[in-house]
Design a protein around this ligand. Sequence first.
Ligand code: ZN
Length: 132
Amino acid sequence: MVKSPRKRRSLRGLLPADAGGVNFNFCRNPNCRNFAVPFNPDRVRGSFELGSYRLEGGGRHGSQLHCVLCDRKTSIVSNAAAVLEIQRLRTANGPLRHESCPGAQCENHEFPVLIHPERYYRHGLTKAGVRR
Ligand SMILES: [Zn+2]
């Protein structure tokens, strides 16, 4: 049986392209000089300069980015998917919007009641006698 030659995988070919001007594939160790520094494809191979990473492959963790400065491994993420998720969190399913007057024409529509309670007043009691 003849073995086919194994293709050598490299970070340059594996890392996803930037999305929206951001790249989330970097060292996650805040005490490392490579923190928030993406892979530098022009680095000298085997050096310890900024942006130096190695590809750790396979296994049950999938391909990982291995920081040569602090030895930490992080999962490789899709930049496009991360940008979409941030967009999603900022809109429909994201942080709750503060309650304000629902009428779009009302001058209080842009003033949430929690931040501007002086612009609202309470009125009436519920059937149980509790203030609404
Ligand atoms: Zn690091």
